[in-house]
Ligand binder design. Structure first.
Ligand SMILES: [Zn+2]
Length: 540
């Protein structure tokens, strides 16, 4: 997802953290007993889109594995969308509803270990997104030729805003999904994965897309427009990767120029993170009427074919204008969000912290380490430190917007602590291998980095992810002697930092107790290296 929203939403977020969560938050955000007993293996989603009425109708056939012999199943679909009918093995299934959660009373015995199918028919006029992609829903626009230009985006609000599913991030269909979208004849739908078939109907066409890998539900999307298409084959780490591009007819020239950054992105990110995680499904960039979203294997793009974030450099370092923010950031999510996915949105920094950091690593790859440092340091001024990065678990609460810039700074500091870029790169690549196509908790990520770096980062992560306090180094200078300690830090926080003393870098090891370091000559100049996100103050 995108930064601007989070800046705007921060005050709201800090209110959320004190808010009492509702029963609806628990139904959406937790693994309820009615969700726990079955595991989705496939979604076969069929949707017909009617632009003149702004309505949709369709079905989702869910294949699932029975983990436990229960017979009440929770399916999520948000009002005003309606479930028309539910069928299992020819029998119509009755259900009761509690808000947007629907409880299906299955008739046949659900045998442990068996795979079953259930089809949910639905229809309605889905919520229109007012500020996509931030509030979510359908966007109905026209291109400059008056043709329909339609897209879905639903990361925060949930996919159940337009289709019925088990709407929890821990649930990814293990074998992928088919997304069949019926659209007016003169337009094209581009969804996730590969185009398998185009069916000609009387006044419409059905575009059948197939995803072979597990996919996070919020990534599944509809994009309908008068698209032009071109493609290239990228020689990547796992062989030839299909890269396909779809832009509105009117933007073909601009698109062909700007999207040259896509293979550049692929090169930098395969270097830092390992092979693109979805070779089987290809990589696509698809123009949308909103800013963009990390839709898996079908990254959506609306950044006006300009560098920066809508033409701006949020870091104000100048480096943010060296790349197209949406191409780089949203594609970075293929590794962090789509390959490695949070089990609970409270841990969403795994998506946004690492992806924010991917912007730095892209700069590092093409412009060097100094560029990447200046960029990440430049973004610090938009960190709010009003509420912690980690949200509250089991209530669909994604924590503070600091997950982006503070998240990036956290990772930048770990790189300093490791002091070995090749080792750091192997850790980032190792994570993408170890947690390949998995949903994870932040604890798993923290432990992996600590283990592989051989640095116990427990207090480091607790300080920066779970408090809003930025550690401060208090110091005093007396001739050759330097005294220093941490304040505003949690118990046992002892991150070493580099002090630049008389122009020379020295590691110092502050704790909450006063420590002394004696230099060989009088200290005339002292500062903490800017790569460390700490405060410092001289005590006279
Ligand atoms: Zn993002």
């Amino acid at each position: 997802m995108k930064k601007l929203f989070l800046i705007i939403a921060l005050s709201a977020n800090s209110i959320f953290s004190q808010e009492k969560f509702t029963r609806a938050d628990t139904l959406l955000g937790s693994i309820t007993p009615e969700r726990a007993w079955w595991d989705v293996t496939y979604y076969d989603l069929k949707v017909a889109v009617n632009p003149s009425e702004k309505t949709i109708e369709g079905s989702n056939t869910i294949t699932y594995k029975v983990l436990d012999e229960k017979n009440v199943m929770q399916i999520d679909l948000q009002s005003p969308m309606k479930i028309d009918k539910i069928v299992q093995n020819g029998n119509e299934i009755s259900f009761t509803s509690e808000g947007n959660a629907h409880f299906l009373k299955l008739q046949q015995k659900q045998q442990k270990g068996k795979e079953e199918k259930i089809t949910i028919y639905f229809s309605g006029k889905p919520i229109e997104a007012k500020r996509p992609p931030w509030d979510g829903g359908f966007t109905w626009k026209k291109d400059s030729n008056g043709k329909d230009f339609i897209a879905t985006s639903n990361q925060g609000i949930g996919s159940s805003v337009w289709w019925p599913l088990k709407d929890h991030p821990s649930e990814e269909p293990d074998n992928g999904a088919t997304i069949s979208v019926t659209a007016p004849k003169n337009l094209m739908d581009v969804s996730n994965g590969r185009l398998k078939e185009v069916i000609e109907n009387e006044n419409t066409k059905t575009w059948v897309w197939q995803v072979k890998n597990p996919i996070n539900a919020y990534a599944i999307s509809i994009n309908i427009g008068d698209y032009v298409h071109w493609s290239e084959k990228y020689e990547g780490e796992k062989g030839l990767l299909n890269m396909d591009y779809y832009v509105l007819r009117e933007n073909e020239t601009k698109g062909k120029e700007q999207f040259k950054q896509a293979p550049m992105m692929m090169k930098a990110f395969e270097h830092w993170f390992g092979p693109y995680p979805f070779y089987e499904d290809g990589y696509k960039l698809i123009e949308t009427p909103y800013l963009g979203m990390e839709h898996q294997s079908g990254v959506t793009y609306g950044n006006k074919f300009e560098n920066g974030y809508l033409g701006r450099d949020l870091s104000e370092s100048g480096w943010g204008m060296k790349f197209d923010f949406i191409i780089i950031h949203e594609s970075g999510h293929e590794w962090f969000a789509n390959n490695i996915t949070n089990k609970d949105v409270a841990d969403m920094w795994i998506h946004e912290g690492f992806t924010n950091y991917s912007e730095n690593l892209y700069l590092d790859y093409y412009f060097g380490k100094k560029a990447s440092s200046e960029y990440v340091i430049g973004t610090r001024k938009v960190i709010m430190n009003e509420s912690p990065i980690i949200g509250q678990y089991n209530v669909d609460n994604s924590g503070s917007g600091d997950m982006y810039y503070k998240g990036g700074n956290i990772l930048h500091m770990i790189r300093q602590l490791i002091e070995d870029d090749e080792k750091w790169r192997q850790i980032l690549r190792g994570m993408n291998k170890k947690f390949y196509h998995q949903t994870v908790t932040t604890k798993q990520i923290e432990e992996y980095i600590s283990e592989k770096s051989k640095i116990d980062l427990t207090e480091f992560f607790d300080q920066y992810l779970r408090t809003t306090k930025i550690p401060k180094i208090e110091y005093s200078i007396d001739g050759k002697n330097l005294k220093f300690r941490y304040v505003d830090s949690i118990e046992n926080f002892d991150m070493p930092v580099i002090a630049v003393i008389n122009g020379t870098e020295n590691w110092i090891y502050p704790t909450s107790e006063w420590n002394t370091k004696t230099l060989s000559s009088p200290i005339e100049n002292f500062q903490i290296k800017k790569d460390f996100y700490v405060h410092s103050e001289e005590i006279k």
